[in-house]
Write a protein that binds this ligand. Structure first.
Ligand code: PRP
Length: 219
């Protein structure tokens, strides 16, 4: 792969990173150091001029939105919550699949749907506001940064909006999923200005990753 510009790709740490690295490798882009072992924040890749930074998902969106990173890998949940016009969603990488859902305690199943006002704990406040408004409900939103499942148990909220993968976290806390808001997977995103000014380099990376996704799904 010939890259003619300095390109930075922002990756989401955690489970998404574990699934992103094999795809990147299949596209010919590998970190020169193990991101788990290294404390370096910017890691050179095996492709000259291409660097990787590893961040929280919402920070990936911020870096790409502002053009500090040219490309990024982030969950669709993050993009629904904090995307923006400056970000172009180039590719569904079909990794880290899960669902963005409302959920609540087992014993009060359906109760909230019949009231016009509901207390909702979530880190996805924009998504939640739109979801409840579309159903004609007023949501009192309580912003949390993790362990959303605790909020109904402690009387802080009636429902949560959160990611559901296996459903184990909900089940082990006496809760159940209620409504599906969106199917989630990780996406390759591109800063729109980078797309114009570094077009050939960006396109080469997008195409290599598209081929890697196709090759993986045909295995
Ligand atoms: C996510 C999510 C749930 C859990 C769901 O949390 O917020 O708590 O995974 O997974 P499950 O359905 O397989 O139980 P994560 O561990 O990513 O950490 P977070 O609380 O920081 O979001």
């Amino acid at each position: 792969m010939i890259i003619q510009h300095d390109i930075t790709i922002a990756l989401t740490k955690g489970r998404i990173l574990k699934e992103t690295l094999p795809l990147l490798a299949s596209a010919g882009i590998e970190p020169q150091e193990d991101p788990d072992a290294s404390r370096k924040l910017i890691v050179k890749s095996t492709v000259p001029r291409v660097s990787l930074v590893i961040l929280r998902g919402s920070d990936v969106a911020t870096y790409v939105r502002n053009g500090a990173a040219d490309l990024g890998v982030a969950g669709k949940d993050v993009l629904l919550e904090a995307g923006g016009a400056e970000i172009y969603e180039a590719l569904d990488l079909k990794i880290a699949p899960c669902k963005l859902m409302t959920a609540g305690p087992n014993e009060s199943g359906g109760k909230c749907a019949s009231t016009r006002r509901v207390r909702v704990a979530t880190k996805f406040v924009n998504v939640a506001r739109a979801h409840y408004a579309a159903r004609g409900l007023h949501a009192d939103l309580i912003k949390l940064y993790g362990s959303m499942e605790l909020a109904p148990l402690m009387g802080l909220a009636d429902e949560i909006v959160d990611i559901v993968d296996t459903g184990k976290t909900l089940a082990e806390n006496g809760m159940a999923p209620r409504e599906l808001i969106a199917d989630i997977s990780s996406r390759l995103i591109v800063n729109k200005a980078s797309m114009r000014t570094r077009h050939r380099s960006v396109r080469a990376i997008v195409e290599a990753l598209a081929d890697a996704v196709t090759a993986k799904s045909s295995c």
